[in-house]
Design a protein around this ligand. Structure first.
Ligand code: FES
Ligand SMILES: [Fe+2]
Length: 459
């Protein structure tokens, strides 16, 4: 069975089916003019994943979300609410916060000492009597943006007219509720600076056509060639990939491949028992994980069998890629460079369930129990590196993503060639097409895009 593509409408909202196919010409990825259209038509109007709620536990905690030329400060206020404001002082415009995150009693500009409350309200101004024109608090407070939280993830929207996040995400919140991301613990925080447009990165994660070629190891533990793709309104997508199976394109092996062996041993399954019956492993894992979960203290009862064994990937418009298993979540996010369409910042957060391994019995739900930390570690610092670091082998985002990273610079370079005009996609690249179709809807400023920006009241 080949891959399937299904358009699914939300109960309330515009239809998922695009009205026109976007043409993926090279300019889309390389030109400053297109980059400017994206900024005005999409980045400043769409809900955007800004950061993690675990960084905002106490009043005064903050993080800074840099996106393109813009910078947003997100805080936990004294009242316990979330607040998000532009990172631009109302005195003369200085970018106030230059740390990535931390905790402060107030938002204080280092230049001339203007100080704002945690929600951005102007609190104090040195030598205030010297402002003979007055200091109207209302107009001199930090300018707000919308902020909402879901599943331990904090989202902002620069369009103050935008509708709620729940309308934008539709069925996604409900579908992912059993995974309880908010209970997971951050174990790794990485950013790689790439010589590629942010959409070159998105495209890479939105098709499995390349898997056989640059990720040959996948054939021995997931079935990427028979995946089911779902295409939703507002440009969201998802794909479901069966795990703990081998790729049927290559025939069924007699022996359990080494990667699958390593995956099932921590569950207390013996690879020797599956010699000659490799296709039985997926069902055995579905059952065994529930048993090991009971022993170690993790409840799988809210998950379907498929969710227990398989890999889900949700691609949330515009730039969030979530690879989801009950035990582990990867949140990936390519952010555009402030000025250069040939560069982006690719973030990856890894979150895991907080369930200790049983080293004595060799049991673990998150890989090799010998590698499991003795106890929950402190929040990891963000590790920032370059594509060269990945190629040199000094930094890694996992073997699979490293393989992707190797290619992205060459993709971007090739699109600049006089010998390349536009992409020519196949049906297994439907998620790529859907993402670009919806990006066009945003950029065209059509009624659908206005609605997806939430400006229903204005219609
Ligand atoms: S620019 Fe911030 S206090 Fe002057
Ligand atoms: Fe890949």
């Amino acid at each position: 069975m080949p891959q399937t593509n299904t358009y699914i409408d939300f109960a309330d909202g515009p239809p998922a089916t695009p009205r026109a196919r976007a043409t993926l010409d090279a300019d889309r990825y390389t030109s400053r003019a297109f980059m400017a259209r994206e900024w005005d038509g999409m980045w400043t109007r769409s809900w955007l994943l800004a950061g993690l709620e675990c960084d905002l536990r106490e009043p005064g905690d903050y993080f800074v979300f840099d996106i393109g030329r813009e910078s947003i400060i997100v805080t936990r206020t004294e009242e316990g609410a979330l607040s998000a404001v532009y990172n631009a002082c109302q005195h003369r415009g200085n970018r106030i916060m230059t740390n990535e995150r931390g905790s402060v009693p107030a938002i204080a500009c280092p230049y001339h000492g203007w100080t704002y409350e945690l929600d951005g309200k102007l609190r104090s101004v040195p030598d205030s009597e010297r402002f003979i024109q007055g200091l109207p608090c209302e107009s001199l407070s930090l300018k707000p943006v919308l902020v909402e939280s879901w599943g331990g993830l904090v989202w902002i929207n620069m369009d103050l007219e935008a509708g709620p996040l729940s309308e934008f995400l539709g069925v996604v919140q409900e579908q992912l509720a059993p995974f309880r991301f908010e209970d997971m613990v951050l174990v790794s925080d990485q950013t790689v600076c790439l010589d590629a447009n942010w959409k070159t990165c998105i495209d890479n994660f939105n098709e499995q056509y390349h898997v056989d070629f640059i990720h040959p190891q996948h054939a021995s533990f997931v079935d990427c060639c028979n995946a089911g793709n779902e295409l939703w309104p507002y440009g969201h997508r998802r794909v479901l990939v069966e795990g703990y199976v081998t790729n049927p394109r290559y025939g069924t092996p007699e022996e359990v491949p080494p990667i699958l062996q390593a995956a099932i041993r921590p569950l207390g399954l013996d690879p020797a028992d599956f010699r000659g019956r490799v296709p039985d492993i997926r069902k055995a894992v579905q059952q065994r994980k529930r048993e090991v979960g009971k022993a170690l203290g993790f409840d799988y009862s809210g998950f379907t069998d498929d969710q227990v064994s398989d890999v889900l990937q949700y691609d949330l418009f515009p730039n969030v890629i979530m690879t989801i298993k009950p035990e582990e979540l990867w949140v990936m996010r390519p952010r555009p460079h402030p000025t250069d369409p040939d560069k982006c910042f690719f973030d990856k957060w890894t979150l895991r369930i907080d369930v200790p391994a049983d080293k004595a019995r060799g049991l673990s739900l998150v890989g090799d129990p010998k590698m499991a930390p003795a106890e929950t570690q402190a929040r990891p610092e963000r590790d920032v590196f370059t594509q060269e670091d990945v190629i040199a082998g000094t930094h890694s985002m996992t073997i699979t993503i490293d393989q992707d990273i190797h290619l992205l610079r060459d993709m971007q370079a090739g699109m600049h060639s006089r010998g390349f005009g536009r992409a020519w996609l196949n049906e297994d690249e439907a998620r790529v097409q859907h993402f670009h179709d919806w990006l066009d809807i945003w950029l065209d400023g059509s009624a659908l895009a206005r609605r997806s920006a939430g400006a229903k009241a204005a219609e």
